[in-house]
Design a binder for this molecule. Structure first.
Ligand code: C2E
Ligand code: C2E
Length: 171
């Protein structure tokens, strides 16, 4: 039973939590917020130009890149933070009890650790970058709205040139 539960909540490729399990975790954190007023931040990350990697090297290498990036990011955050695969080349990080300015420090650390990590495949060295949108949970908004804000911020980070984080002013 435990094994079944784990399969249902894990992204098969990266071993991270999948979107469904992350949503459950976010709902739980939201309840904690309503009860104890301890705010948290959510960070939505997207690999820049991921389609180019797939097109240039093929989907198998694309998958290896996703695994590599998941490991790189996982090792750069605390065990008490949760990294999940939100979809295709998107990742979501839950930062419990973390002020927005600290969350920005973490987000920038993640960008830098991805930028500095390389993946050697056959004769090729693959490098990539990520962009991120950051938002903080506040009393007057729902979880869905906070995710929407992170998404809008991600769009802004992409529009501003990628390999960067955009932080919601609404905090
Ligand atoms: P810092 O790296 O400049 O981080 C400043 C603050 O941002 C931290 O204050 C914490 O509130 C938040 N923060 C940074 N990284 C993370 C993270 O990965 N997850 C979460 N949830 N929060 C994070 P704090 O805890 O008082 O730490 C102060 C300083 O102590 C840090 O400054 C860093 O220099 C050092 N430090 C603390 N824990 C670690 C660690 O596990 N590894 C390393 N390398 N340094 C640490
Ligand atoms: P952890 O808390 O699970 O953090 C895992 C990794 O996330 C750290 O590996 C570091 O790369 C990054 N990280 C977490 N918090 C911070 C931070 O505040 N600032 C920065 N710059 N990086 C952070 P690292 O440094 O090898 O540490 C391994 C483990 O050692 C940590 O696991 C934690 O359990 C412990 N640790 C290291 N430094 C500190 C510290 O200053 N205070 C505390 N309480 N624990 C620490």
């Amino acid at each position: 039973m435990q094994q079944l539960k784990q399969v249902a909540s894990t992204d098969e490729l990266t071993g991270l939590l999948n979107r469904r399990a992350m949503n459950a975790k976010l709902e739980e954190e939201m309840k904690r917020f309503y009860r104890y007023h301890i705010s948290f931040c959510i960070l939505l990350l997207d690999i820049d130009y991921f389609k180019k990697i797939n097109d240039e090297y093929g989907h198998q290498i694309g998958d290896l890149a996703l695994i590599h990036l998941a490991k790189t990011m996982q090792s750069a955050i605390r065990e008490t933070d949760t990294l999940s695969r939100w979809g295709g080349e998107e990742f979501m990080v839950l930062l419990p009890a973390t002020p927005i300015e600290s969350a920005r420090v973490i987000a920038e650390r993640l960008c830098l650790s991805v930028e500095q990590s390389t993946m050697e495949i056959d004769q090729a060295t693959i490098r990539c970058t990520i962009s991120g949108g950051l938002s903080k949970i506040t009393a007057n908004q729902s979880l869905e709205q906070a995710i929407q804000i992170a998404d809008t911020m991600l769009y802004q980070a992409k529009a501003q040139g990628r390999n960067q984080i955009a932080v919601s002013a609404n905090t």
